[in-house]
Structures are given as structure tokens and as C-alpha cells.
Unconditional design. Structure first.
Length: 327
């Protein structure tokens, strides 16, 4: 029995170093395939949890070295700084049992700053403007679409003119959409890394992290309600007064407010499916396939469902949970 207990820590230690090696490999791969950042910081944090927290610096340093080799210094600093800080925060905050919502928001904020630095700062420092590089890149891509459209005889003149107008309108709107798009990407990166870290730690009870409720029970903290409405009202006021950057601010606020409410709307739908208790697995599959197919049409209804849930707490009422004022 004593020999078995002695072998267990040795195996755990060896597997921990293998995880650290894997995190280095994933960091190197993420330099070439940047969507790998959806999982790389979580794996770095997990490697630190399996070995020692300071070993998080090893895969982060490898990623930074590769990033500075392939990208301009400002871009590399933004990406490497955001990834390394996110990995450290995931480990530090979740092992201290912080709220999952606030950890996700913190990670999203870190990624947003890093992405903004990587995408916009080179243009600012060169005097071209924050969004000039993005607009130039997208303009080249749109020119390819225009050339392909011109070589498609099946498209009649009216339809071609309509598509051209749409491409021109999109090109002109790019500066007002960049920060909103970065906010969405940052939110996806923050949530995915939180979930992956929790997935990695699931089979290791010795890594104590804050608990997480089932997806159908996810909810935004009450404390966020005032902040969300202040953002919305503030953006509307700026639009009414005709502020020069009101359109970009409005798009950014829509992304910041809409993303968490949309996710909460999905949670409410999942709650109703689970509550029906009639072949929930099939109902969940068909519902999510339908949402994926018609996502463009269902975004606003899902956001409204999330908004009403945030205000009225329908799920608590259906479960018979008394309001806070009654407790």
C-alpha cells in the first residue's frame, strides 16, 4: 500500500511535466494559428496548476518569442501580453474561487486591450489612424469580391449594382465596427479559456476552483444590471447630440451589452427545454440546430429574452425561489 501511494505522486508529477510540454507546443502552434488562443492560455494555466504556478511563464515566453519573430513589435506585445496575463489570471482567480462571471469579464477585458493594441496601435503610431490598416485590408478583400462579381455573367445589372452598394456601405462602416468586432472576439476568448480550464481541471479534485452551475442556470449578477443600462442610455445620449464617434460607440455598446444578454437568453431556452422533461436531448439538439441556422433572425429575440430574465428573473419564479427582498 505504501509503495502504491509513493508511485501515485511520481505519476502525477510526470504527467504534470507532460502537460507543461504540451502547453509549450500549443503556444507555438497558436503563433501560426491565432484562434489557438481560445485554448492556449487555459492550457498554460492548467500546466501551472499541475506543476507550479510560476511555470506558466515558460509557454507564455515561448509564445512571446515566436510572436516577436513573426509580427511587428506592437502586435506581438499586444497578443503575448494579453495571452500571458489571461493565463495568470485564470489560475489566480479561479483557484481563489472567484465568481465565474467576473473572471470571464476580466479575461474579456484583458483580451480586448491586447487585441486593440495589436490591431489599432500600429496605425496610430504611424499616423495613419487607428482603423486605417483594417480598412485597407478589408478593402483589398472587397476588391476581390468586386472582381469576382464582374466576371459572373449570371448576375444581372440591378443585382450587381445592389451588391456593389452593399460592399461600399460596408467599407465605409468599417471604422465604426472594428471595436465592436474586437469586443466580440475578446468575449469569445475570455469565455472559451475559462471553460477549457475548468474542463482540464475536472478530473483533478486536488485543484480547487470555484464551482460552476449547469448551463441552464447561468445568469448575470444583479450588480451588472445598472451598468448595462447606463451603457445603453449613454450611447443613446451621444447619438442624440450627434457626437462624431457616436456610431462606433453605439456598435461597441451593442456588442458589450448584447453578448451577455444573448448568452443568458440561450440559458433560458435551455432551462425551458430541461424543464419540459420530454426527450430533452432531442429537443435540445433540434433547438440549437435551428438557432444556428436562423441565428441572424434570432439574435434580437434571444437578447430580449435575456433582458427580461435579467429584470424579472423568470427562472427563479418558475422554481419557486423567493425574491431577495423576502429573504
Amino acid at each position: 500500500m505504501e509503495n502504491f501511494q509513493q508511485r501515485q505522486p511520481v505519476r502525477e508529477q510526470k504527467s504534470g511535466w507532460l502537460v507543461l510540454l504540451l502547453s509549450v507546443v500549443v503556444g507555438l502552434a497558436s503563433i501560426v494559428f491565432l484562434p489557438g488562443l481560445c485554448i492556449a492560455p487555459a492550457l498554460w494555466a492548467y500546466a501551472g496548476a499541475r506543476t507550479k504556478p510560476h511555470w506558466i511563464a515558460l509557454p507564455a515566453a515561448v509564445f512571446a518569442a515566436g510572436a516577436f519573430t513573426l509580427f511587428p513589435a506592437v502586435v506581438a506585445a499586444g497578443l503575448a501580453g494579453a495571452a500571458a496575463l489571461s493565463a495568470a489570471l485564470i489560475h489566480a482567480l479561479l483557484t481563489r474561487r472567484m465568481s465565474n462571471t467576473y473572471v470571464t469579464l476580466t479575461l474579456a477585458g484583458v483580451f480586448l486591450v491586447g487585441l486593440y493594441a495589436a490591431v489599432c496601435l500600429p496605425g496610430v503610431m504611424a499616423g495613419r489612424g487607428a482603423f486605417a490598416d483594417v480598412q485597407t485590408t478589408m478593402g483589398s478583400l472587397l476588391d476581390l469580391y468586386r472582381a469576382a462579381l464582374a466576371q459572373t455573367p449570371q448576375v444581372n445589372a440591378d443585382a450587381a449594382a445592389l451588391i456593389q452598394d452593399g460592399l461600399d456601405a460596408f467599407y465605409q462602416a468599417i471604422p465604426s465596427l472594428v471595436v465592436a468586432a474586437l469586443s466580440i472576439f475578446a468575449g469569445v476568448l475570455g469565455l472559451s479559456n475559462l471553460l477549457f480550464f475548468r474542463l482540464f481541471c475536472r478530473k483533478h479534485p486536488e485543484i480547487s476552483i470555484s464551482p460552476m452551475r449547469a448551463f441552464r442556470d447561468w445568469s448575470l449578477p444583479r450588480s451588472m444590471t445598472l451598468g448595462l443600462f447606463v451603457l445603453l442610455i449613454g450611447s443613446l445620449i451621444f447619438e442624440w447630440f450627434g457626437w462624431a464617434f457616436a456610431e462606433g460607440l453605439s456598435n461597441t455598446v451593442s456588442a458589450l451589452v448584447g453578448m451577455p444578454l444573448l448568452l443568458q437568453g440561450l440559458c433560458v431556452i435551455d432551462f425551458l427545454i430541461a424543464r419540459s422533461k420530454k426527450n430533452a436531448a432531442l429537443g435540445r439538439t433540434l433547438t440549437y440546430v435551428g438557432i444556428g441556422v436562423f441565428f441572424g433572425l434570432l439574435q434580437t429575440p434571444l437578447i430580449l429574452i435575456g433582458c427580461f430574465e435579467q429584470i424579472f428573473r423568470f427562472r427563479d419564479r418558475m422554481r419557486g425561489v423567493p425574491p431577495r427582498a423576502a429573504v
